[in-house]
Design a protein around this ligand. Structure first.
Ligand SMILES: *Cc1c(COP(=O)(O)O)cnc(C)c1O
Length: 412
C-alpha cells in the first residue's frame, strides 16, 4: 500500500477547495464489491442516483453522469451543442474560466473572452476579483444582431478566486437582449455547497464534478441539460462519440449506461445524495455560508485582503487570501504543509505566488475550520507576515456567537 509519510499521525488537513475530504460513510460505501453493471441490482442503483442528482441540480430534466473529471464534462457541454467555428461568449472570472476558453479554442470554436479591464490597487486583474458583470454580457449580446453567438459560458463559483457569479442575472441579461444563445454554466465547485437552480435560472447545460461539494473522490462528472440543449445537440456538428448525450440519456431511462460506468463511485454518489438530501439543500447552503463568514472574519482580523473584492459575491466554498507584495504565497503554503500537515490551495494562473486559498466545503465542522485557521495563522507568523490581530480568535468568536442551524434544530 502507498505510504504517505507526510501525515504520520492524526488527520491530514485537506483544506483545498476540491478534492474535499471524503466522509467515512462515503468511503465505506465505495469499498463494497463491484457488481455487474448489466445486472438487476445495478438498475436500481442507476435509477436512484439519476433521480437524486436531479434534485441537487434542482432540475426536472436529464442529468448525464460521465466516468471523467470535470474537464471531460466541460468538453461534453461544448461538443454536444456546438459546431466548428461557432462564436461563443465566455467571461473571464479566473483560471477555470480561462481553461474552459482554451478548450473551446482547441475544439475549433471561436470564443470571445470578455471581462473587466485592468488591474486594481493590489496589482491583480480586476476581472479575477469580481463576478460576471451581467451588463457587459447584455451589451455584447445586443451588438450581435445577427445572432452569431451560439452560447454564453460562465463559471458559477470560480474556484481559483473564491468569487461566485449571479447566474440568474446572466439569464436576465440574455433575455433582456432578446438573444437565443444557450447558457452554459460551470458549477463544478458550486454544486451542493452554494445555492444552484438549473431550471429556475434558465440554464441550458450545467457542468459539475464529484470531488467538491458532493464530497466524493474525483472521477465522475455531470451535464445537467435543458430541452433546448437537447434539441441543439441534434443539429450540432462538432465530433462527439463518447460524450454524446443521446445514447446515454436513452439507456439511463432504465438505470443503465451504454458503457461500463464508475460503479463504486456511484455507490459513493448514492451515499452522498442520502446525506445531502437528508440534511436538506437549504441547510447545506446555510451551513456553507456560515462557515465562509467565520473564515472571512479571521482574514479580516489578520488585516489581509480577500481575493473577492465584492461582498455580495463572496464564495461560500472557499476564501482566497492575498499576501503582501513581495511575500511568496506558495512559500507560506509549503511551510504550512511541512510544519502542520495542512494543504491549502495554490494561486493559479495570473495569481501564482500572490495568494492562497482555504477550502471550507463539504465534510467539515467549526473545529476543523478553527484548526485550519490556526495552521494558517502560525504559518503566516513564521513567514514574517505582520498580522493586525488573531484570526483564530475572530473565527471562534463568530462561530460561538452564531450557532449552527443543525445545532439549533437539535436543541429545539
Ligand atoms: C475543479 C474545477 C474544474 C476542473 O475539474 P477537474 O475535475 O479537475 O477536471 C473546472 N472548473 C471549476 C470551477 C473547478 O472548480
Amino acid at each position: 500500500m502507498l505510504q504517505l509519510d507526510s501525515h504520520p499521525t492524526g488527520r491530514h488537513f485537506l483544506q483545498i477547495p476540491g478534492p474535499s475530504p471524503v466522509p467515512e460513510r462515503i468511503l465505506r460505501a465505495i469499498s463494497l464489491p463491484t457488481i455487474d453493471h448489466r445486472g438487476p441490482e445495478f438498475g436500481v442503483l442507476g435509477l436512484k442516483v439519476l433521480a437524486g442528482i436531479r434534485q441537487v441540480f434542482q432540475t426536472r430534466h436529464p442529468v448525464v453522469i460521465y466516468p471523467a473529471s470535470g474537464t471531460g464534462a466541460w468538453e461534453a457541454a461544448l461538443s454536444n451543442t456546438l459546431s466548428a467555428g461557432d462564436a461563443v461568449l465566455m467571461y473571464e472570472t479566473g483560471h477555470f474560466a480561462t481553461l474552459w476558453q482554451k478548450m473551446a479554442l482547441r475544439l475549433g470554436l471561436a470564443p470571445e473572452f470578455i471581462g473587466l479591464p485592468g488591474t486594481d490597487e493590489t496589482g491583480l486583474p480586476r476581472s479575477w476579483r469580481h463576478g460576471v458583470q451581467a451588463d457587459l454580457v447584455e451589451a455584447r449580446l445586443r451588438e450581435d444582431g445577427g445572432h452569431r453567438i451560439k452560447a454564453v459560458c460562465v463559471v458559477h463559483n470560480e474556484t481559483s478566486t473564491g468569487v461566485t457569479s449571479d447566474i440568474a442575472a446572466v439569464r436576465r441579461a440574455m433575455d433582456a437582449a432578446g438573444h437565443p444563445a444557450l447558457l452554459m454554466v460551470d458549477s463544478i465547485s458550486g454544486l451542493a455547497s452554494a445555492d444552484y437552480r438549473h431550471d429556475e435560472w434558465g440554464v441550458d447545460v450545467t457542468v459539475s464534478g464529484s470531488q467538491k461539494g458532493l464530497m466524493l473522490p474525483p472521477g465522475i462528472s455531470f451535464n445537467a441539460l435543458s430541452p433546448k440543449a437537447m434539441e441543439a445537440s441534434k443539429t450540432a456538428t462538432l465530433p462527439k462519440a463518447f460524450w454524446a448525450w443521446d445514447e446515454i440519456v436513452e439507456m439511463n431511462a432504465s438505470g443503465y449506461w451504454p458503457y461500463t460506468p464508475n460503479t463504486n463511485l456511484l455507490y459513493g454518489l448514492s451515499e452522498s445524495l442520502d446525506m445531502l438530501l437528508g440534511e436538506g439543500l437549504e441547510q447545506v447552503f446555510a451551513r456553507h455560508q456560515r462557515w465562509a463568514a467565520g473564515v472571512r472574519a479571521a482574514v479580516q482580523a489578520w488585516g489581509l485582503p480577500i481575493q473577492c473584492a465584492e461582498a455580495s459575491v463572496y464564495s461560500p466554498v472557499l476564501t482566497g487570501v492575498i499576501t503582501p507584495q513581495g511575500v511568496d504565497a506558495d512559500a507560506i503554503r509549503r511551510l504550512i504543509h511541512e510544519r502542520f500537515d495542512l494543504s491549502l490551495g495554490t494561486g493559479l494562473g495570473k495569481l501564482k505566488g500572490r495568494m492562497f486559498r482555504m477550502g471550507h466545503l463539504g465534510d467539515s465542522n467549526d473545529l476543523t475550520l478553527v484548526a485550519m485557521l490556526a495552521g494558517v495563522e502560525m504559518g503566516l507568523k513564521l513567514a514574517g507576515v505582520k498580522l493586525a490581530a488573531s484570526g483564530v480568535a475572530a473565527a471562534m468568536e463568530h462561530f460561538s456567537r452564531h450557532a449552527a442551524p443543525m445545532a439549533l434544530k437539535k436543541a429545539a
